[in-house]
Design a binder for this molecule. Sequence first.
Ligand code: HEM
Length: 233
Amino acid sequence: IARISPDIATLRWTQIGYSPSNAAGTPRNLMGFKDGTLNSNAHPPADLNATLWAGTDGPDWMRDGSYLVYRRIRITLEHWDRVPVAAQEQVVGRQKVSGAPLGGHGEFDELKLDARDAAGALHIPEMSHVRLAAPETNNGAIIIRRAFSYNNGTTPFTERWPPWRQALEYDAGLLFLGYQKDPRTAFVPINSRLALNDALTQFTTHTASAVFALPSGAAGPGHWVGEELFGPL
Ligand code: HEM
């Protein structure tokens, strides 16, 4: 696209990300957890008209398109990798190796948000990421996600206090891509909730944010994406 459109479009920024193929199962993010088990490109919800495609309540040119919310989220990997796996699982609400919900056995087991252990404690903790992001606790709001990892390298740093250690720190983490029919009823309320209480936020910093309007696909041969907005050539 950049090559064929230099006179009509301007490159603003780029960000390289990567992800293993879904063919080998749900890919893992840099925290080592499977990411994309529920409500993702590989495992979408059943009703895409209710969740993904823009409807009649927006402009005509967005009809059957979708809105993408992008966040570049830096992860304190130096810290996370020193947290015991059992505590990491409490943060996420899923088992690290299998991806199963805590209290379950398989990756695709139902999320049982009310299930408790013999001592009466919730299997999936109150402040865990999956509980606070789940449609069941967000009035049914759903984002269809696709996660990529990014690695922008390392920067040297020197502590400004004794013992003035010198080290390298990562600028690496997750590119969150969330598609939905209306960010005002999906990303915004879900992320507002996560920002307040999600245990995962101890390890994350959102360092870039953007919203894209993605018009629907081309109507057929001779047509092009965005035609309804920009008019015929
Ligand atoms: C570094 C940041 C993040 C990491 C490492 C992360 C990781 C994960 C993991 C491991 C899961 C469980 C597996 C799965 O169902 O795919 C998950 C689920 C989910 N995450 Fe995140 N996530 C991050 C940021 C976010 C953000 C910013 C949002 C939305 C505002 C979000 C929304 C969700 C949703 C909606 C689910 C599925 C919940 C469900 O349908 O039950 N995540 N995430």
